[in-house]
Design a protein around this ligand. Structure first.
Ligand SMILES: O=C(O)COP(=O)(O)O
Ligand SMILES: [Mg+2]
Length: 227
């Protein structure tokens, strides 16, 4: 057993983990669908398409709406033009801000590894005034690879000073993409149960699950000593 001597780095996923952004993404998607004369999707449909980044989101939207796949790139471009200003319907999940503050006060280097593109990522972190808490931020377009590829999480961990071969760190996420990415690094994975996952939690590899951010503090200390 390796015990983390210093407070270990903690990397967070964004959509469905720190923020409930599905209502803003849903509104942007439907604005674009309206522009292209395509019937709207429900919030549940759009939420179920989030996790793999914007290209996969639009691939799923085009398939679900039986739209000509030739329009996908133009729809994605119209979506991107709106995405970084879409903040008004997004909320931090309960107790996120307090928990991040306590982890930072305890000396944990904090990072973000999201499949959301960097521009809307930084915009929403600025909107909530929490961007400065994160020492390293990797967006869905920061590298050629996206989660579940391990490269983005490895880059986030390296940016926080974790050992490249044996990172003593914790990744906190909500989805299949996060679970597979953490397993591929490998790094202990802690899953937020109120996120956007489509698979039962017990079918995803994870060290621990939590349904309230106040419970995360204890889990991080446990995860860091068992890493
Ligand atoms: O933008 C997405 O599809 C997912 O973003 P996430 O990696 O923060 O969950
Ligand atoms: Mg997520």
């Amino acid at each position: 057993m390796n015990v983390c001597m210093a407070p270990c780095p903690v990397v967070f996923d964004l959509d469905g983990t720190l923020i409930d952004s599905a209502p803003d993404i849903h509104a942007c998607v439907n604005a674009v669908l309206r522009e292209f004369h395509v019937p709207p999707l429900t919030l549940d449909q759009v939420r179920s398409f989030i996790g793999g980044g914007v290209e996969l989101l639009w691939k799923k939207i085009v398939a679900a709406t039986h739209t000509d796949p030739g329009k996908q790139q133009d729809m994605l471009a119209a979506f991107m033009a709106r995405y970084h200003t879409a903040t008004s319907l997004t909320r931090l999940f309960p107790n996120v801000e307090e928990t991040l503050g306590i982890l930072a006060d305890r000396g944990h280097p904090l990072g973000i590894c999201t499949n959301k593109p960097l521009r809307p990522t930084e915009a929403i972190l600025d909107h909530f005034g929490i961007r400065a808490l994160f020492g390293h931020i990797i967006g869905g377009d920061s590298l050629a690879e996206k989660k579940p590829d391990p490269a983005p999480l490895r880059a986030a961990l390296a940016g926080l000073g974790a050992h490249p071969e044996a990172p003593q760190a914790v990744f906190v996420g909500d989805s299949e993409f996060d679970a597979a990415c953490a397993a591929a690094v490998p790094v202990p994975f802690v899953i937020y149960s109120h996120g956007y996952r489509q698979t039962p939690i017990d079918q995803l590899p994870h060290l621990a699950a939590f349904d309230d951010f106040t419970a995360l503090l204890g889990l991080i200390e446990t995860a860091s000593v068992s890493a």
